[in-house]
Write a protein of this length. Sequence first.
Length: 276
Amino acid sequence: MRLFRPRGRISGGRSMRSPLAQAIALYEAGRYSEAEAEARAVAAARPRRRDDVHPPLALGIAALATGAQGRHAEAVTAYDALMPVFGRIFGAEHPQTLKLRSDRAQALTALARYAECEAECAAVAEAATRGTGPEMPRIVTAARNGLIYALNARGRHPEAETLAREALAAHRAPDRFGLVLRLGLARSLQGQARHEEALAEAERAGELRRGLPEEQRRPEAGAVELALAAALQGLSRGAEARPRAVAALDACLSAFGPHHYRTSEARALLDRIDSG
């Protein structure tokens, strides 16, 4: 999900540039190893004050960047260490704490810890629904997206479909959240062997992606191609599915490297196509 951008203050009330701005910019540009290094440098350079929000926020960005490079277990360990710190500094139901919980929960899917992801995403969505402020709707949507992914991964595709349709009805903006929700819907339909419908949803997702700015397309690299390839394979259109699967794998390797969960998923799909 989008990174929050806290800004510091200087005397006189004027905003100054956040020390996290460079790390955020690198992350959104897909330069994940540089973003990680920059975020860790910010955290290390700050004076050790219990009320300084920037070190834990920087380490949260580092955890996101770590996961984006496919080091999923390391990212979850980092989130686990940050959870009590965020709770102490921000409070249990502050947007920053809920965002961290959502990010951690969705990182669990890469480790096949789907039941934990499901429970935590449901809890975050419920807490964010009770909250106020402009960030809360995004947190609700992000948590619901993680819940949809977990339900699909656990084979509960009709539940995932229902939740995806409800989330799409509530979130009509043509943005990255709409894209991932539509991809979740396509996955749920694919899991029910409704391949024509899954293909139509994947194509709609592709149309939506083409209209997004690059920083919103980048985190979903390979995802649309993966959905299209899976639906085409389900329709026994392997000759059309294979180039899509190759494109998905190439995009994932370029964006995330060989160890990312989506890269592994694309490779596994390509293997199934080739063996079928």
